[in-house]
Design a protein around this ligand. Structure first.
Ligand SMILES: *[C@@H]1O[C@H](CO)[C@@H](O)[C@H](O)[C@H]1NC(C)=O
Ligand SMILES: *[C@@H]1O[C@H](CO)[C@@H](O)[C@H](O)[C@H]1NC(C)=O
Length: 450
């Protein structure tokens, strides 16, 4: 979704004053705010309070320690070694062996029986979304039918699966392109697991994760997403809601908690690739491969929505690939741990924000574009230096290539909390090519490691 700015923000506020009973939050796309949605929103507010972690350093240090352990195990602790390891990996891959290069992958990817142990994945999340279980406590639901009926979805379709009011582990009988006629409004406690099938959500609307908790989306392709017109859409097992037009985001996370997006290949959405807004927290985005897009990730959409102080997001082991422009991410308020990602290109900048978010950038590789005016990794939006100099935007172990510049702000002490001496030597961004080597949707066959 687009950030509300200037006059637009002002008129949105007038709107919400005028229609406060019907539309309590702008941009919610809920045209009829009935008891069902009021209850969902109420639950979401409680979840935000409960899932916010007052000690984020416990989460960041836990993840960094796990990365260190994985790399030690791989025996790669220097640049040269990484290259050697990469070459070795290439050979191993040809021999159809498996080597997992980050702690999330190491948790499941080399198990040849991954298909029988699908739910093992639910124990593998790290970072702020690490408490997620998705559909672990539910049955397996097999999607067999790629069609989409938004009001009366047939059993066997994805929309039917995600609107059941029980936990479900959703898998696919075969490769398919699912063209969603309207946004897919998910409910709590679901895993969407595309392993073993080549699943594309494309040429239609996409995921809406609104006022719910506990969702895993894993190993699918999301691309060519366009806005839905809105109208009546099934949004619960016993409920059909009235929606306004959707934005055309790849994944829209709105007032939601405990969300994990892993091994997604995402490109060409008409709005954002991933938006996390309006009181969402406990989220991890990992192992994704993102290309061909302007506004990549928006974390917090309004400078007046201070509840986003509680937003905590981990962005780890992702590859930001070709033809990206900006917002990887662009954050407001909140806390973002950006760790071991590969930024191969940006047109304007990589990471930006306003409203004093905390950004802890560790062990990333930033390759600046050729354009001499776009060498800066960061962008502070609409803020004077006297103000942003107090924001904690810290870099630790990042590798800056091709003249990339990372201008830190805030307290040098801030980083100490998030990077104890012992882990620093394992954190270097030089190892990023190895760590993100298998990002994006994987091709997995039963009986073989993924
Ligand atoms: C890793 O580094 C240590 C010391 O820094 C060195 O002794 C060891 O040989 C290195 N391991 C590899 C596999 O290069
Ligand atoms: C797939 O679902 C649609 C309704 O969305 C239905 O008309 C069609 O018959 C189903 N196809 C199969 C093979 O079940």
């Amino acid at each position: 979704m687009a950030a509300a700015t200037g006059n637009q923000g002002f008129s949105l506020c007038l709107l919400c004053l005028l229609f406060v009973v019907i539309i309590p939050t702008p941009q919610a796309h809920i045209a009829e705010y009935d008891d069902y949605w009021r209850e969902r929103e109420l639950q979401a507010k409680e979840n935000l309070e409960r899932e916010y972690n007052p000690r984020p350093e416990e989460v960041t240090n836990h993840l960094n320690d796990r990365v260190a352990a994985t790399l030690t195990e791989l025996g790669s602790n220097g640049t040269a070694t990484s290259r050697r390891s990469l070459a070795r990996l290439g050979r191993k891959r040809r021999e159809t062996k498996c080597e997992a290069t980050n702690p999330i992958d190491q948790c499941w990817r080399c198990d040849p029986n991954w298909e029988k142990n699908r739910k093992r994945l639910a124990d593998c999340a790290l970072g702020f979304g690490r408490g997620v279980t998705g559909g672990k406590n539910g049955e397996i639901y097999v999607v067999t039918n790629c069609s989409d009926d938004v009001i009366n979805p047939a059993p066997g379709t994805l929309r039917h699966a995600v609107t059941r009011n029980v936990p479900l582990w959703i898998i696919f009988s075969r490769g398919m392109i699912i063209r969603l006629k309207e946004e897919l409004i998910m409910t709590c406690d679901k895993t969407i697991d595309g392993r073993g099938a080549n699943v594309h959500i494309a040429y239609g609307a996409s995921f809406t994760i609104q006022f719910i908790k506990n969702v895993i989306i894993h190993n699918i392709h999301i691309h060519h997403i366009i806005p839905g017109k809105g109208g009546l859409i099934q949004d619960g097992a016993n409920h059909i809601g009235l929606r306004t037009r959707s934005d055309g985001d790849g994944v829209s996370i709105f007032g939601a908690t405990n969300i994990w997006l892993d091994h997604l290949s995402i490109y060409k959405c008409s709005d954002g690739i991933i938006d996390i807004i309006q009181g969402s927290t406990a989220i991890t985005i990992s192992n994704c491969h993102i290309t061909d897009h302007n506004d990549v990730m928006l974390f917090g959409s309004s400078d007046s929505y201070t509840q986003d102080e509680k937003m905590q997001v981990t962005v780890a082991f992702n590859r930001f690939g070709k033809n990206l422009v900006q917002r990887m991410p662009r954050a407001r308020f909140g806390f973002v741990h950006v760790v071991n990602n590969d930024y191969t290109f940006w047109n304007m900048y990589a990471i930006g924000g306003s409203s004093h978010p905390t950004i802890i950038s560790q062990g990333n590789r930033f390759r600046a574009p050729r354009n001499i005016a776009a060498k800066e990794v960061l962008k502070r939006e609409f803020t004077a230096p006297e103000v942003w100099k107090c924001w904690d935007w810290r870099s630790d172990g990042d590798v800056l290539l091709n003249g990339a510049i990372f201008i830190q702000s805030g307290s040098p002490d801030a980083i100490k909390k998030f990077a104890p001496e012992k882990t620093i030597k394992f954190m270097s961004g030089h190892k990023v090519p190895l760590i993100v080597h298998y990002s994006g949707a994987l091709t997995c066959s039963p009986g073989k490691p993924c």
